[in-house]
Design a protein around this ligand. Structure first.
Ligand SMILES: [Zn+2]
Length: 344
C-alpha cells in the first residue's frame, strides 16, 4: 500500500471529495444558534451553549429531531440562512470538498412564518459566493418532511416552484418509520415532471421495503443512508446492478444508535457488496463531526485503507448531480491527487 497507516489521516484530509448528504440546518453550531437567537430576540429553552451541547445525547432519530427543530427556530432572515450556509462552506473548503449538495427543509421555516424566498435566496446567495470565493461548488435540494402530510408537501412545492432555477432536486427526510416513501408519490412525480432530480432517505431506521418504494414509486436516483439494504439480498443485487448510490453517514448512524459502535458499521460490507457507497456528515453540528471527521473515525474503526478512500471519493463525484464536464474536472483533480500519493 502506497500510503502508510501513519500518513493515512493526512491523506484522507487532503483527499478531494464531494458531500451529497448534509442538511444545512444540521450544520448550525450552538454558538451560531445563540448568536442568532440574540440578534433575532428568540427565546431558547437552554440557558447557554454548554447546556445546549449537553442535550445532544440522542437515543434515536426522533430524540434528535426534537432538538434539531428547536435549533432551527432562530433562523428568521435571509442573512441568517446565508450565515448558516457560509459557516458550512468554510468547513467544506477546509475538508477539501470540491462539490456539495445541500438539503434544506423549507417546511421547518415556512411553518414559522418565514417566507420561502427568504430561505431559498439566503442559501442560494451563499452557494454562489462559495463557488466564487472558496472554489466549492454547491447546489440545493429541497426536502419534504415526511412526518407531515403529502398535502403539506404539495403546498410547499407549489410555493417553491417559482424558485426552481435555484435548486436542482427534491428529497425526503425527517422521521422515517411509519412514513414510507409512497406517501409522497404525487409530489415527487410533479417535481420530476418539472425536471428536478429525486433522492430520498430510506433504510436508515426503516426497512428495506422503503428503499424498494423509494426507487419504484419516487424514482429516487440516490438513496440517502440505505444501510438497511444489506438485510435484503435481492435489493443488494438490484442496487449493485443499477449502480444506485448510497449516501452513508457513519457518525450519524452511531449518534442515532443505528449501529452500536463504528467498528460494527457496515460501510466496508456495502463496498464489498459492490454498492456505490459514499461517506457524508448528515447533521455535522449535532453528530460530532464534519466530513473529514467521518472519514478519519470510520477508517480507523473499520481498518480501511487508501484504496477504499479512492473508491469512496470517486463514488462521491460519480454519484453527484454535477454536469459531465464538472465531474470530469473533479475526477481529474482526484486522479492527480492519487497519482501524487502513489495510489492507483
Ligand atoms: Zn439525513
Amino acid at each position: 500500500m502506497a500510503v502508510s497507516a501513519e500518513r493515512l489521516p493526512d491523506f484522507l484530509r487532503g483527499l478531494p471529495k464531494a458531500e451529497l448528504h448534509i442538511h444545512i440546518e444540521g450544520s448550525l453550531e450552538p454558538e451560531l444558534i445563540f448568536a442568532m437567537a440574540e440578534r433575532n430576540q428568540v427565546a431558547l429553552a437552554y440557558p447557554d451553549v454548554a447546556s445546549l451541547r449537553a442535550a445532544y445525547a440522542f437515543s434515536d432519530l426522533q430524540s434528535f429531531l426534537d432538538i434539531y427543530y428547536a435549533g432551527a427556530s432562530v433562523l428568521l432572515t435571509e442573512a441568517d440562512f446565508f450565515d448558516m450556509a457560509w459557516a458550512y462552506f468554510l468547513r467544506a473548503k477546509a475538508d477539501n470538498i470540491l462539490h456539495s449538495e445541500l438539503f434544506f427543509d423549507p417546511q421547518t421555516h415556512t411553518a414559522r412564518g418565514v417566507p420561502m424566498a427568504t430561505v431559498i435566496d439566503g442559501l442560494r446567495r451563499a452557494c454562489d459566493r462559495a463557488q466564487i470565493e472558496l472554489g466549492v461548488r454547491a447546489e440545493l435540494i429541497l426536502c419534504f418532511l415526511r412526518h407531515l402530510s403529502e398535502e403539506d408537501a404539495l403546498a410547499t412545492y407549489e410555493e417553491a416552484r417559482p424558485h426552481r432555477g435555484k435548486f436542482i432536486g427534491v428529497g425526503l427526510d425527517s422521521s422515517e418509520v411509519g412514513h414510507p416513501p409512497e406517501k409522497f408519490a404525487r409530489v415527487f412525480a410533479q417535481a420530476r415532471k418539472d425536471g428536478l432530480r429525486a433522492v430520498a432517505h430510506a433504510g436508515e431506521e426503516g426497512p428495506p421495503a422503503y428503499i424498494w418504494s423509494a426507487l419504484d414509486v419516487l424514482k429516487a436516483e440516490r438513496i440517502d443512508h440505505g444501510v438497511q439494504a444489506l438485510r435484503d439480498p435481492a435489493l443488494v443485487k438490484r442496487l449493485a446492478e443499477e449502480g444506485v448510490p448510497l449516501t452513508v453517514c457513519p457518525l450519524s448512524n452511531i449518534k442515532l444508535c443505528v449501529f452500536k459502535t463504528l467498528a460494527e458499521h457496515n460501510l466496508r460490507a456495502l463496498l464489498d457488496a459492490g454498492l456505490i457507497a459514499t461517506v457524508n456528515s448528515d447533521d455535522p453540528a449535532y453528530f460530532g463531526g464534519y466530513l473529514n471527521q467521518n472519514f478519519l473515525e470510520t477508517f480507523d474503526a473499520l481498518g480501511l485503507d487508501a484504496s477504499h478512500a479512492a473508491t469512496l471519493a470517486r463514488n462521491s463525484f460519480n454519484a453527484s448531480f454535477a454536469s459531465a464536464a464538472q465531474k470530469r474536472d473533479d475526477l481529474d483533480r482526484l486522479d492527480a491527487y492519487l497519482d501524487q500519493a502513489g495510489v492507483r
